[in-house]
Design a protein around this ligand. Structure first.
Ligand code: PEP
Length: 257
């Protein structure tokens, strides 16, 4: 089944209630772009307000704890996110892996907890500049992803609906540098092969693989046309409706309805 391109905004630690007007504008604009699936992951404090107001876009979180609950000061569980209205959670972002020391094992545990709580997940992977320069990027990302993917319970349905992968080369995040279409294509093909090994042809072939790293309205068209790019995970350019929806427009023409 061909899935709609998925354009996801990661607001990181940006946004107070003053940003709700941008979320409203994104939601309104998304209603004219029904061929694209649009979502935003704001800070925790804005999940519930955006969920209450949004008519179309999905709202998600940027992390969760791997436990169901307990004495974990400052943390948040997947069930709490779902209760606040989150439909998905981004996991294993390089800013969590690098800035908070998150290992592949921990990312996997969080992914399993999020799926068990009914959330969808966007699982991030990506190499740093040294690994890219050494020529080991594909081997590294393959290993990282294989070790971070959740182990699914017997009979788990809707793998491609519940799991999305985001390939985000670390050296491209927030830097203005993007990977070349050729490098993106090679990496996405390697990730696709791994997903098919893990989940089988039908489901693994259908999981969306997003590209992330300095995607903007100006470069989105070229990136999103690369084979096996199923959408984009967008940081800086997702903070205003104008630039974020400029990216969505690069893949989907406005619809009549
Ligand atoms: C990100 O952090 O997920 C990201 C892709 O950021 P940016 O678009 O700002 O590079």
């Amino acid at each position: 089944m061909a899935r709609r391109p998925y354009i996801v905004g990661n607001w990181k630690m940006h946004g107070t209630r003053a940003m709700l007007s941008e979320a409203r504008a994104i939601d309104r604009a998304a209603q004219r772009l029904l061929k694209v699936e649009v979502a935003i992951a704001p800070p925790y404090t804005l999940i519930h307000p955006i969920h209450r107001e949004a008519e179309l876009i999905a709202v998600g979180a940027q992390d969760c704890h791997e436990a169901e609950g307990g004495a974990f000061t400052g943390d948040i569980s997947a069930a709490m996110l779902a209760d606040a209205g989150a439909q998905f959670v981004i996991l294993g972002h390089s800013e969590r892996r690098e800035g908070h020391g998150e290992s592949n094992d921990l990312v996997r545990a969080k992914a399993e907890a999020a799926l068990a709580a009914g959330l969808k997940i966007i699982l991030c992977c990506g190499e740093n500049a040294a690994t890219r320069e050494s020529g080991e990027a594909i081997a590294f990302v393959r290993g990282q992803l294989a070790a971070s993917l959740p182990r699914l319970p017997e009979g788990f349905a809707d793998i491609a609906e519940r799991i999305t992968i985001a390939y985000e080369p670390i050296w491209a995040i927030g830097t203005g540098n993007t990977a070349t279409p050729q490098d993106i294509g090679e990496m996405h093909a390697a990730i696709r092969a791994l997903l098919i090994e893990q989940f089988g042809e039908e489901q693994g072939g259908d999981v969306r693989i997003l590209y992330g790293g300095s995607v903007k309205p100006e470069n989105a068209g070229e990136i999103l046309r690369v084979a096996d790019v199923g959408g984009a995970l967008v940081g800086g350019a997702s903070l205003t409706a104008d630039s974020f929806m400029g990216i969505a427009l690069a893949v989907g023409e406005p619809s009549d309805n």
